[in-house]
Design a protein around this ligand. Structure first.
Ligand code: SF4
Length: 476
C-alpha cells in the first residue's frame, strides 16, 4: 500500500512499467554496480520483480527493507520534519491528550473530536462481525468511554468534497480553451497519489489536479472552524482526530496548507489508522461487540446522524460517479440512471463514457494502483490522454484496501477485501446535494456555494517538490 512505512522504489520515465496486481510498487534491491547494465525492471503477474539487463538477461530481485530512517537519507521524499509530524500522529498521542485532559484545569482541557472514515468502519465491522450501523454506534461508545467528547462520520464532510468536485469539473470543462484550467481533471482525495504527483511530475500533473479538499480535510475545516465557533472555542482548544484507512492521511494532515499560523494548530491534529483503533481496543481490553451502542453526533441540528450514510460509486468516495452524473445533467441535459463501467487492461482501470448519436460527450476513468497511475502519467505527458476526468487512487482496489486497514491472518487478502466491500455497500447512500445539513451549512457557514469563504475552506493547492537527480528515487 502507499504508506511511509512501506517505502517504494520509484522508477521514473519507464514506458512499459507494470506493477503487481495486489500490491503497490515495493522496495527492491537493484544491482547498480558499474557494468551491471540494468535496463529496466519487469514485474510478473505474481508480483515478482526482475532486473532486465541490456542483453535481455533476467535476474529476480530480492525485497529490500526500508525504514523511515532509510527514507531520510534519500533527499527526495520523507524529510526529518515530516517524520516528526508522523510521530505526532499515533494512538499514543491520542492517549496522551486524553490522559492530560483528566488532570488539567478546565480551561486547559481540550475538546476531543473524533471523525471516523466509512472505510475504517467497514474494516472494523468485518473484524467484529457487526453490521455497519452497530459498528458506528459501538465505536462511538468506545471513543466516548476513553474520553472523546464528540464522534462524527467523515461521510458527512465527503458531501462537500463531492459537491466542490462537481462544480470545479463543470467550470473547467466549460473553460476548455483555458490552459490554466487543464483537462483532464484528476481527483485529489488520495494523498499517496498527490505525494507522487508533487514529487515526480509536478509541472505536468499539478494543473490537472482538483483543488477540492479531501473528506478528511473538509472535516478539518468543519471541526476547527464551524464547530469550534459553535462551541465558543478557539481552534487550538479542539483536538481533532481522524480514523483513516491508510498512513498517507497522516502526511496529508501534516501539510502546511492545513496549518493555521494564527492559532498555531492543524485542521486535523492526529490521524490514526483502523489498525491503530484495533490496538487501542486491545490495550483497553475492550471488544467492540460487547459495548452498548451510542448515537453518532451531528455537526448541526438539521444533519441527522442517527445512522451512518454513504455515497454511490464504490469504496473510494464515488467521485467519478457523482461528477459524471452531475456533469451529464448540467452540461448535456442527460439524466444518467445507471453508470456503466467498462474494464480496460485490468480491474483497477475502468472507463465510463457518455455518448449521444455516436459522439463521445464525456469520457471518465478510474485508475487505481501505481501501475495504472504510471500509464496514465505517460499518456498525459505524450498528450494522448483521452479522458475528461480520472478518479485516481494509489492503492490497488482503492481505499477499502488501504495500508492501515485490518488484516486477517486466516483470511486471504482478496476474500477479506470482498467482505469489507460487502459491508461497506450495506450502508444507505444519499446524494450529497440532498444530505440533511449540507445546504444549511453552505448558507450559514460558508456564505453560499462559490463564495470566497467556500473557496478558502473547501479547496487547497499543490506544490511541485524538487526530486533527487538520479533516474531512480525512493518514494513512500
Ligand atoms: Fe489512502 Fe485511499 Fe489513497 Fe490508499 S487509495 S493511499 S487508502 S487515500
Amino acid at each position: 500500500m502507499a504508506s511511509p512505512f512501506s517505502g517504494a522504489l520509484q522508477l521514473t520515465d519507464l514506458d512499459d512499467f507494470i506493477a503487481p496486481s495486489q500490491d503497490c510498487i515495493k522496495p527492491m534491491k537493484v544491482d547498480r554496480r558499474p557494468g551491471s547494465g540494468v535496463a529496466k525492471i519487469h514485474i510478473e503477474d505474481d508480483g515478482s520483480y526482475f532486473q532486465v539487463s541490456q542483453d535481455g538477461g533476467m535476474k529476480k530481485l530480492e525485497k529490500a527493507k526500508i525504514s523511515l530512517d532509510d527514507c531520510l537519507a534519500c533527499s527526495g521524499c520523507v524529510t526529518s520534519a515530516e517524520t516528526v509530524l508522523i510521530t505526532q500522529q499515533s494512538h499514543e498521542e491520542l492517549r496522551k491528550v486524553l490522559g492530560a485532559n483528566k488532570t488539567a484545569a478546565p480551561d486547559q482541557q481540550k475538546l476531543v473530536v473524533i471523525s471516523v472514515s466509512p472505510q475504517s468502519r467497514a474494516s472494523l465491522a468485518v473484524r467484529f462481525q457487526l453490521n455497519p450501523t452497530d459498528t458506528t454506534r459501538k465505536l462511538t461508545a468506545f471513543f466516548k468511554k476513553i474520553g472523546a467528547h464528540y464522534v462524527f462520520d467523515t461521510a458527512f464532510s465527503r458531501n462537500f468534497s463531492l459537491l466542490e468536485s462537481q462544480r470545479e469539473f463543470v467550470r473547467r470543462f466549460r473553460g476548455q480553451a483555458n490552459p490554466e484550467q487543464a483537462l483532464p481533471v484528476l481527483t485529489s482525495a488520495c494523498p499517496g497519489w498527490i505525494c507522487y504527483a508533487e514529487k515526480t511530475h509536478g509541472s505536468t500533473l499539478l494543473p490537472h489536479i482538483s483543488t477540492a479538499r479531501s473528506p478528511q480535510q473538509v472535516m478539518g475545516s468543519l471541526v476547527k472552524d464551524f464547530f469550534a465557533q459553535q462551541q465558543r472555542l478557539t481552534p487550538d482548544k479542539v483536538y481533532h482526530v481522524t480514523v483513516m484507512p491508510c498512513y498517507d492521511k497522516k502526511l496529508e494532515a501534516s501539510r502546511p496548507d492545513f496549518f493555521s499560523q494564527e492559532h498555531q494548530t492543524r485542521d486535523v491534529d492526529c490521524v490514526i489508522t483502523t489498525g491503530e483503533v484495533f490496538k487501542l481496543l486491545e490495550e483497553e481490553g475492550v471488544s467492540l461487540s460487547e459495548l452498548e451502542p451510542a448515537p453518532l453526533d451531528s455537526l448541526c441540528s438539521s444533519a441527522s446522524a442517527q445512522e451512518p450514510t454513504s455515497h454511490r460509486g464504490g469504496g473510494s468516495g464515488g467521485y467519478l460517479e457523482h461528477v459524471f452524473r452531475h456533469a451529464a445533467q448540467e452540461l448535456f441535459g442527460i439524466h444518467v440512471t445507471e453508470v456503466t463501467y467498462r474494464p480496460l487492461r485490468n480491474k483497477d482501470l475502468q472507463e465510463v463514457i457518455l455518448e449521444r448519436e455516436g459522439q463521445v460527450l464525456l469520457h471518465f476513468a478510474a485508475a487505481y494502483g501505481f501501475r495504472n497511475i504510471q500509464n496514465l502519467v505517460q499518456k498525459l505527458k505524450r498528450g494522448r490522454c483521452p479522458y475528461h476526468y480520472v478518479e485516481v487512487m494509489a492503492c490497488p482496489a482503492g481505499c477499502l484496501n488501504g495500508g492501515g486497514q485490518l488484516k486477517a491472518p486466516d483470511t486471504p487478502g482478496k476474500e477479506l477485501l470482498q467482505q469489507v466491500e460487502r459491508l461497506y455497500g450495506l450502508v444507505r447512500t444519499e446524494a450529497p446535494e440532498d444530505a440533511p445539513g449540507v445546504q444549511e451549512l453552505y448558507e450559514c457557514w460558508l456564505q453560499g456555494a462559490g463564495s470566497e469563504r467556500a473557496g478558502r475552506l473547501l479547496h487547497t493547492s499543490y506544490h511541485a517538490v524538487e526530486k533527487a537527480g538520479s533516474g531512480l528515487s525512493i518514494r513512500w
